[in-house]
Ligand binder design. Structure first.
Ligand code: GDP
Ligand code: IMO
Ligand code: MG
Length: 431
C-alpha cells in the first residue's frame, strides 16, 4: 500500500497541483477531498497552462479514476465552466466522477460571503468570495444541500421548505440582501442536476472499496494549506475546511489506515493571500522581488500574494498537525538571482526576549513575535534546468539540507520550475 496525500504546508499556493499532476502519472485513483473553487491549482505541461479549481489535477492523464469527494463544496456554475473548458481543450473527462455527498454552493452563499467581505466589516478575512464559509456553515448546521438531493424532487421540496424561509429571513433582515423564491432555487437545482449527471458516482462505495482491495495506488489532492486549516490554522484568518492530511480520510471516504505517505508541499519561501498574521512577511523590496520573480498573484482572484522568508517553526508545526512524512520543495529557482537567503529558525517575543522554537498556536501573541533568522549564501545561477541533486550548486544543496534538518523530515521532491519536467524526484512514493 503506497497511497499518498499531497497537502499544502503553508498558507496555500505552494505548488500542490504541480506535485499532484507529477505523481498522478503513477497513480490509479486521484481524489480531491476538501475545499471548493477557492482553490486555484496550476499545472504546466509543455508550455500549456491548466488552472483547476474543483477538478483533481490528475485529470490530464488518460484512464485515471478522478474523484471529487464528499468533503468538498461545489459551485455548479464553476464546475460546468471548468469541465467545458477542459473538454474544449481536448481533455478526456470520461473518468471524472463526483460524490453524491458533496455539498452545493448556492447563490446566496456567494452573496453572503461578498457582503461579509465588504470593507466596513471588522471581521474581514480576505476570502476568495466564492461562498466557501457560508456553504460549509450550512453543511455543518445541517442547512446544506448535497448533490444527491438534486435527483429527488420530493425530498428537495421538503429540504427547501425547511431551509429557505430561515435563509431568506437572514438575507433580508441581517444582510439587507436579495431573497430567493423556492421556484427560483428549484429551477437552478434542475439545471444543476443536468450539470452533474454525467459525472455522478452513485456506486462510489464499491469503486473505492475495489480500488483498495485491488491495491490500486491512490493519490489524494489537498487544497489550501495547513496554516489555513479551520482547526489548526491562524483562526479566524483561515478557510472553512480542514486542509491537513487527516482530512484526506474524512473527505474522501477512505479510512486513515489506507494512507501511507503525506507529502507536505512548501515553497522555498512563503506566501499568503488575504488577512492574518505572517511572522516572516517581507514588506520591503525583497518581498517585492520574490513576488515579481515568483509571479505571486492569486490563481483564483489575481490578488498580489504577501511574500516572506521560509519559516521552519511553522513548518515543524505543519509536520505535527499535518502528519507529514516528507516534503516537496517548490520554486527554489525563484532564488536564482539572490545574494543571500534567510530562514526563520525561531520566534522572539519583542517584549521580553523569550524565544519560541515551537509554533505558538495563540495568534493573539503573534503581534509581539519577530523572526530569528539564519542567513545562507545564494547561488546566483540558473538552476531551472537541473535534473538531479548533483546539478544543483553547492549553496542550493546546503540550503535544502538545512531546511531538511530544521523541519525534521526528508525532502523527496525538488521543483525548479513550473513545468512538469522541471522537477528532481529523489524518491517517488508510488515506486
Ligand atoms: P497550488 O494552489 O498549491 O496548486 O499552487 P498555485 O498553482 O496556486 O501556485 C503555484 C504557482 O507556482 C503556479 O503558477 C505554478 O505554475 C508555479 N510553480 C509551481 N512550481 C514551481 C517551481 O518550482 N518554480 C516556479 N518558478 N514556478 C512554480
Ligand atoms: P489553493 O488550493 C491560497 C485563503 C483566502 C483567505 C482565506 C479564506 O490554491 O492553495 P475562503 O475563500 O477559503 O473562505 O478564504 O483562505 N485561501 C487561499 N489562499 N490558496 C488557496 O487555495 C486558498 N483558498 C483560500 O485568501 O485568506
Ligand atoms: Mg493555488
Amino acid at each position: 500500500m503506497k497511497n499518498t496525500v499531497v497537502v499544502g504546508a503553508q498558507w496555500g499556493d505552494e505548488g500542490k497541483a504541480k506535485i499532484t499532476d507529477l505523481l498522478a502519472e503513477y497513480a490509479d485513483v486521484i481524489i480531491r477531498y476538501q475545499g471548493g473553487c477557492n482553490a486555484g491549482h496550476t499545472v504546466v505541461v509543455n508550455n500549456e497552462t491548466y488552472k483547476f479549481h474543483l477538478i483533481p489535477s490528475g485529470v490530464l492523464y488518460k484512464n485515471k479514476f478522478c474523484f471529487i469527494g464528499a468533503g468538498t463544496v461545489i459551485h455548479p456554475e464553476t464546475f460546468l465552466k471548468e469541465t467545458q473548458d477542459l473538454i474544449q481543450r481536448g481533455v478526456d473527462l470520461s473518468s471524472l466522477k463526483i460524490s453524491p455527498l458533496a455539498t452545493i454552493t448556492l447563490p446566496y452563499h456567494i452573496d453572503i460571503d461578498g457582503i461579509n467581505e465588504t470593507n466596513s466589516n471588522k471581521n474581514k478575512i480576505g476570502t476568495t468570495k466564492k461562498g466557501i464559509g457560508p456553504t460549509y456553515s450550512d453543511k455543518i448546521g445541517r442547512y446544506g444541500l448535497k448533490i444527491q438531493d438534486l435527483y429527488d424532487e420530493e425530498s428537495l421540496n421538503t429540504r427547501l421548505d425547511a431551509i429557505l424561509p430561515l435563509k431568506n429571513k437572514i438575507l433580508e433582515k441581517v444582510y439587507n440582501s436579495k431573497t430567493y423564491s423556492k421556484e427560483e432555487i428549484l429551477e437552478r437545482c434542475r439545471e444543476y442536476a443536468i450539470i452533474f449527471k454525467p459525472y455522478l458516482c452513485t456506486d462510489w462505495v464499491q469503486k473505492l472499496s475495489n480500488a483498495i482491495k485491488e491495491d490500486k495506488k491512490i493519490l489524494f489532492e489537498g487544497a489550501q494549506g495547513i496554516m489555513l486549516d479551520i482547526d489548526y490554522g491562524t483562526y479566524p484568518y483561515v478557510t472553512s475546511s480542514n486542509p491537513i492530511g487527516g482530512a484526506a480520510a474524512t473527505g474522501s471516504g477512505i479510512g486513515p489506515t489506507h494512507i501511507k505517505n503525506i507529502i507536505g508541499v512548501t515553497k522555498a519561501y512563503i506566501t499568503r493571500v488575504g488577512e492574518g498574521p505572517f511572522i516572516t512577511e517581507l514588506t520591503d523590496s525583497i518581498g517585492d522581488k520574490i513576488r515579481t520573480i515568483g509571479g505571486e498573484y492569486g490563481t483564483t482572484t489575481g490578488r498580489p500574494r504577501r511574500c516572506g522568508w521560509f519559516d521552519a517553526v511553522l513548518s515543524r508545526y505543519c509536520v505535527l498537525v499535518g502528519g507529514l512524512t516528507q516534503m516537496a520543495i517548490t520554486k527554489i529557482d525563484v532564488f536564482n538571482d539572490f545574494d543571500e537567503l534567510k530562514v526563520c529558525i525561531a520566534y522572539k517575543d519583542k517584549r521580553n526576549g523569550k524565544l519560541y522554537n515551537d509554533y505558538p498556536t495563540n495568534i493573539n501573541l503573534h503581534k509581539y513575535l519577530e523572526p530569528v533568522y539564519e542567513t545562507f549564501k545564494g547561488w546566483n545561477s540558473d538552476i531551472s534546468n537541473a535534473k538531479s541533486l548533483e546539478d544543483l550548486p553547492l549553496n542550493a544543496r546546503t540550503y535544502l539540507k538545512k531546511l531538511e534538518e530544521l523541519v525534521g523530515i526528508p525532502i523527496k521532491i525538488i521543483s525548479v520550475g513550473a513545468d512538469r519536467e522541471q522537477t528532481i524526484i529523489l524518491e517517488n512514493p508510488f515506486k
